[in-house]
Design a protein around this ligand. Sequence first.
Ligand code: SAM
Length: 251
Amino acid sequence: AGVLYIVATPIGNLDDLSPRAEKVLAGVDVVAAEDTRHSGRLLQHLGLHKRLIALHDHNERDRAGALLAELESGRSVALISDAGTPLISDPGYVLVRAARDRGLTVTPIPGPCALVTALSAAGLPTDRFLFVGFLPAKRTGRRSALTELARESATLVFYESPHRILDAVDDMAEVLGESRELVLGRELTKAFETFYAGSVREVQSALAADPHGTKGEFVVMVRGVEPVADAEQAGALDVDRLIRLLLPELP
Ligand code: SAM
């Protein structure tokens, strides 16, 4: 049977594509991609002409069957996403799971990943971190997700889209407190790569002061709470936050 390669591609800077990733892409029979137009441009840049099959969240179940058939008939497949590592807030889980269940070989070709890239330069503890992916798009859902994470001691890592970054940071101020340490990694590996770091309040003003502050893609990282923080104080803070959160809901 053919091998299913899970190939990481750049998150902005094309030079970050590894020589091994390039070799694998050149060697496979089929490339499964989230957005075939977007990935078509990457392959074109590499001078490769490949059979492209679209695999996105909405058709993954159907397409996985067709890709498994390719693998079982001896053809090799590379899965790539629009940016970074497939399956990390990107499609591919259904395919990888099904391939493993059938005993097929799944080989990762490691490379860029926005969350690891951001964490590596943020200056926050990395010994324990919790990757949460995207927060809910609506304020109520976002606030309750943040409330559940408010006492987490590991560094928190989120992905966020540019049009929600200000709202997400506002909700963090409300739920986690304005003095919580926050680091934003924006446009990583690209021309306008920027890190905003400080308290939630400081990051809010830095974003407001930067005319490009809310453009581009963001990784949001929050320092966890000190694990030894005394329980009584933690309880008092929670009640305080709870009241502030509930106030607007009261008649
Ligand atoms: N699979 C990708 C990875 O390995 O990082 C993530 C895909 S997810 C759909 C897209 C999100 O990743 C963006 O909304 C943003 O939060 C983050 N991201 C991707 N590229 C980035 C970059 N160059 N700078 C900052 N964040 C980025």
